[in-house]
Ligand binder design. Sequence first.
Ligand SMILES: [Ca+2]
Ligand SMILES: [Ca+2]
Length: 512
Amino acid sequence: MSLCRHTARARWSALVAFLICLPAGAARAVDPVVSNVAFAQRTDGSRLVDVTYDLADADGDACAITLQASDDGGATWIMPCTRTWGDAGPAVAPGPGKALVWDFGYDNSGWEGKDYRVRVIASDAGVLHPQHSPANYAINDWITADFSAPSALEKYARAEIVVLTAHYLWGNAENEALRVLDGIRAVNPSCKIVGYVSAKNTALAWETPSERYPMTHLWWERTLPYWSYTTAGDTLQDWYGKVTLNILQPGCRDAIVSTIVDMQRASNNKFDGVFWDYFNPALWIAPGVTFEGEPDLDGDGISHWVDPNEIAAWRAAQVSLVCALQDSLGPDFLQIFNGQRAYADSAFAALGDGMFFEAFPELFFPRPYTMASAMSPSYSNNLFRLREWPRKTNGGPYQIYASTQLNYYYDYLGLLQIINLGNQFRIVALLTDGYTAWCPGGNWNYGWTNVDASLGPPLGPTVIEGINYSRDFKYGRVEMIMDVGYHPDPFDYTIFVNGRTVERFARPYHFP
Ligand SMILES: [Ca+2]
Ligand SMILES: [Ca+2]
């Protein structure tokens, strides 16, 4: 039990009035306006809170109404606040005298205080904005997204960090006009938005200029002199349709960095940083990509993989690339590293603001017990240790756990269910101060989490006793039991909010 938890019933401050107007997307006609918010707790012992407000929307849209609550006078808005009824939820018609009820006792058993506030958030794009905490949600979306839909900006804004492919935002006429990144930040000013850029290749298809995505041909043109070749003189490819660039050459690094810098400076869509895809300790070639001979970036006739000088030069070139971008865009420009180099090289990791764990936990962590390794204090490169390496000066580190896989199981009712990796990785994130990612091809496809959990800040480090992991938070607790230890169902877990189970997974059992 935390020291700041009390058992008496709540007392309430006398007045509150907050209204939140979500910003307009381009297609949004008129934003809703919430006014005259007031609330009072009933005195009948039910602990129910009545909230009244007026909702206006000039073009008559029904609005998604979310109630948020603060117990610190409005400094934070992460108090658990999930059970509401009346004029709350996905479709509330505008009008005066709206009334909703919040079951404070259900959400916050045992709490009392004096500095409570509530605010009513109205979205005429149909997006609910329930609290989540700690701020450990990410959206990882490398595909083209239609930001003209009014709901798009609001959906992305629910995350604290968003990774979007840079060349879809930089120079694309529609997205330039929409000022997509400003739109996301207007909803969530603390959201960090980073642009996915390649650290090592160019697409053959980018030879053809694209009117929609002008950065692609610029990248192709500028990096054209710096293709890599094999011992047989063949063009080196490391991915389907992509040519490996020879970053050993200073001109190649200049081309990459100057293109990023030029696009960032010219664009209306100014990213908070980049997501480099990716930095490995040595070249990796995707299975099925074929070429004659062996990779040979330094042209000495010796294969990359048995050429220590070449590998050393390649690693030094990665450092030069990162440092050159920092020299141009400054130390507060985020650099997040995908790839396995940062997982094992603390000095390299320290150049950036975080690591991306692609296909988590199946890359890097020793098989077969990949998740058990990632979470084990006895494994040298466990997540608790890796988190200490990146810079912490830009709000990070941003340790992002992601997988696009969909995995299924039959539950205790015999129904086919998806193992929700976003929810599973949230447990890892809560225990390691990382970020769970909702991503295309995977969790993002079936939306945001199906379980809203607002736990507040952690009260201390994760406690590990054998296979039992637990951590207490201001409003709740996470418990995890490392079961088989490997993907896709490595452990059982429970999230409690103020003593109430809000999510539990112990295959085949799940709640909800
Ligand atoms: Ca409207
Ligand atoms: Ca060589």
